[in-house]
Write a protein of this length. Structure first.
Length: 283
């Protein structure tokens, strides 16, 4: 594979990133830099160019992907994938207002009688949205089939939200959302809350980490119709590296310092503890 054939013929290559794979071709003799450019041309809207990556080649000998050898060039049909390197463990989970966006998922009127402890998660959602406005954190809001399920509940003030959009897909990660995210330079983290934990929250979180973003799910502002569904969804998501946290923890992490100019305003939001509801129960 590493020998240049010395011609200008194009060679078929399967390019994979995250859960996506797309067949394409590159000139014979293409090396690492050209391959990276090809990945960016195909998946550029999904790739955080500020992260480091490794290109891997599928090895028939080993039956799995291996890191691309130094000096590698394309000479025959092959499969490649782009893998984002993990963040340094010392930075994992850190939040800052300039690199964070809040996702408020499907907090709609018709869900009120069905979702467990809906009043409590709405109360916490109010705190989060207020904190986002104070700290200048962008907010993206989805509404699942609002024609049938109604709009976002009136208790949640969506003033200043970057995007409020209807959807029928369970995941919030739609083209209009990806376009909005692309407008946030240096975006690293998504703080996610809403309903239902095991459906729209779970599918949104998995789509986001598949795009290289870090996801923080607010345990005291997400719920389901079934507490068992909620519990197992959070356990599954935690095993994938998604951070399960609380509203107070996130808001204080975003200010990070008592001397922060907005600390007093955030302190006023959390002065009364969030509801200690039945969300703490196992089933």
């Amino acid at each position: 594979m590493a020998d240049v054939q010395g011609n200008n013929n194009h060679v078929p290559v399967l390019f994979s990133y995250s859960v996506f794979s797309r067949p394409s071709s590159v000139p014979a003799g293409s090396g690492h830099e050209l391959l990276i450019q090809k990945f960016l041309s195909i998946y550029g809207h999904q790739i955080d160019v500020h992260r480091k990556f490794v290109v891997q080649l599928f090895s028939d000998e080993w039956g799995q992907y291996v890191d691309l050898p130094k000096g590698f060039v394309i000479s025959e049909k092959c499969k490649l994938r782009l893998i984002p390197l993990q963040m340094d463990i010392t930075t994992l989970g850190n939040l800052s207002p300039s690199t964070t966006v809040f996702f408020c998922c499907d907090m709609q009127e018709r869900f009120r009688p069905a979702i467990k402890y809906f009043g409590d998660i709405i109360s916490v959602g109010q705190r989060l949205l207020q904190g986002a406005r104070i700290l200048g954190v962008p907010v993206i809001v989805s509404e699942q089939y609002p024609k049938g399920l109604g709009s976002t509940v009136q208790e949640l003030d969506l003033t200043g939200a970057k995007l409020v959009f209807p959807k029928t897909k369970f995941s919030m990660v739609l083209p209009e959302v990806e376009a909005a995210l692309a407008e946030i330079p240096g975006l690293r983290s998504v703080v996610l809350f809403g309903v239902e934990t095991h459906v729209c929250i779970q599918q949104t979180a998995l789509d986001l980490i598949g795009r290289g973003l870090e996801v923080h799910i607010i345990a005291d502002s997400t719920s389901s119709r079934s507490m068992m569904d909620r519990m197992f969804a959070l356990e599954r998501l935690a095993r994938t590296g998604i951070i399960i946290t609380t509203s107070e923890s996130v808001l204080l992490q975003l200010v990070s310092d008592k001397e922060h100019p907005k600390f007093k305003e955030i302190q006023n939001i959390i002065k009364a503890s969030a509801p200690e509801s039945g969300l703490l129960s196992k089933v």
